[in-house]
Design a protein around this ligand. Sequence first.
Ligand SMILES: Cc1cc2nc3c(=O)[nH]c(=O)nc-3n(C[C@H](O)[C@H](O)[C@H](O)COP(=O)(O)O)c2cc1C
Length: 226
Amino acid sequence: MKQQTFTCVDGDKLDTETAYRLLVGCVAPRPVAWITSVDEHGLVNAAPFSSYNYVATSPPMLAINIASRPGSGNTKDTARNIKRSREFVVNVATEHTMELMHRSAQEFAPDVSEIEALGIPLLPSLHVKPPRIALSPVQMECRLDQVIVLGRGINTLYIGEVVAFHLSDEIYDGKRVDTVAMRPIARLGGPYYSGLGEIFHRPMLQKPPGGEGWAPDAALKTGENQ
Ligand SMILES: Cc1cc2nc3c(=O)[nH]c(=O)nc-3n(C[C@H](O)[C@H](O)[C@H](O)COP(=O)(O)O)c2cc1C
């Protein structure tokens, strides 16, 4: 096989745009949190965020990095709403919701609701004020746990505790989420998204919480877990 050659780029002095371009190209595919939040007048805001993942299981927690608007230093509506109300809902973005989700990323004025502008159907939440997006098969009601300002201050990490999972019967059998049936959409670099693509199966080599998919024999054979 031909030997690879590499370009080394030092990270510490990178300007924000170059760092962003490298990160979104390298850290991919990323799941998309389609976040609903409300302002002080009850206006519902929806916007997508892919610098996002789960970060804790006891209790369940999600983290989202929200950047200030490039050049202006202005806070995005979602960040302002979460800081003020300490509540938000993460709706899983899917192939079915991709078009609406993508359009909700437009920079609407703070007093314009993406929900009304785009006709996004909602359902009430049980524990928090922000409603859920009815088209999404999974909606996670979150209470803000921590806000961490990162690096030079452009990015802020919002960590929320999931106080309720709402799971559509079409993808949840009471125990497992059928991720394939959910058809989640992922963000790549630039203007690209992807679906799940090919699925690979390998037995789990370490016992995960609950033991789902764990095959102790396979772990012993490879010498792992000893
Ligand atoms: C798929 C997708 C993912 C995005 N991910 C992020 C992100 O992780 N962090 C961020 O600050 N902005 C992200 N954006 C941009 C915001 O969605 C955009 O700035 C939006 O206008 C914010 O809306 P708001 O002011 O209503 O909160 C993303 C946009 C798209 C289309």
